[in-house]
Design a protein around this ligand. Structure first.
Ligand code: HEM
Length: 186
């Protein structure tokens, strides 16, 4: 009997000791969490920071209409191929807006995959899509400026605007490849 009592006291002591250890561990863990710097919040993709697919589609819609109206690259362009496209091929404009929206959603890290109708050398490559349009570097820059204005219109913050324009500019060589090649041939 005595044995049983002392055993039970001993057991309670062990349990109390354990819970004390548990509490101490919790305090220590709390202190450790305080001592360590917080891990950085996961970086949001450009796609998320732009506001997702609807915000991107709204910018592309505004931008694509502005390009058609632009005097240098639109209906009155000196480039006959751009002039022709902007006046006679307007049934293709909704599709172009769709494809551009997909392209931007893809390049900015969104959950969409752009699949070119005329594939370039890379999945987001644009050389074949633009080759016949013979877009000059100056015409490209005019379109980039139009994109900048559409991003401002949509109140896209400075950092995100810079990133979209940089993604666009990174494909200048591909978009102007048709012009450069034709010029090279004389
Ligand atoms: C990096 C810059 C550019 C991007 C991201 C871009 C994006 C695209 C995309 C995704 C397409 C559809 C391609 C396909 O059918 O698979 C396309 C076609 C087209 N782009 Fe661009 N583009 C750029 C520059 C330009 C410039 C500077 C112009 C000059 C106005 C232009 C005019 C056009 C036209 C007219 C088409 C339609 C061709 C057709 O009817 O199939 N693009 N572009």
């Amino acid at each position: 009997m005595t044995d049983a009592v002392s055993n039970s006291i001993a057991r309670r002591g062990v349990i109390a000791g354990l819970s004390l250890t548990g509490a101490a561990a919790a305090v220590l863990a709390g202190a450790a969490a305080h001592a360590q710097p917080k891990p950085p919040a996961p970086q949001k993709s450009l796609y998320e920071r732009l506001g997702g697919i609807f915000a991107i589609a709204a910018v592309v819609d505004h931008f694509s209409d502005a390009v058609v109206r632009n005097p240098i690259v639109g209906r009155k362009s000196k480039n006959p191929r751009l002039r022709e496209w902007s006046t006679k091929d307007q049934d293709r404009l909704p599709g172009l807006k769709f494809m551009r929206t997909l392209w931007v959603a893809n390049v900015s890290g969104g959950p969409f995959v752009y699949t070119a109708t005329r594939p370039g050398a890379t999945p987001l490559g644009l050389e074949e899509a633009h080759r016949n349009l013979r877009i000059s570097p100056a015409e490209f820059d005019e379109v980039a400026a139009e994109l900048g204005r559409s991003l401002d219109f949509a109140k896209v913050p400075k950092r995100e605007k810079g990133e979209v324009l940089a993604a666009f500019a990174a494909h200048k060589g591909e978009v102007t490849a048709g012009y450069v090649a034709a010029k090279g041939r004389g």
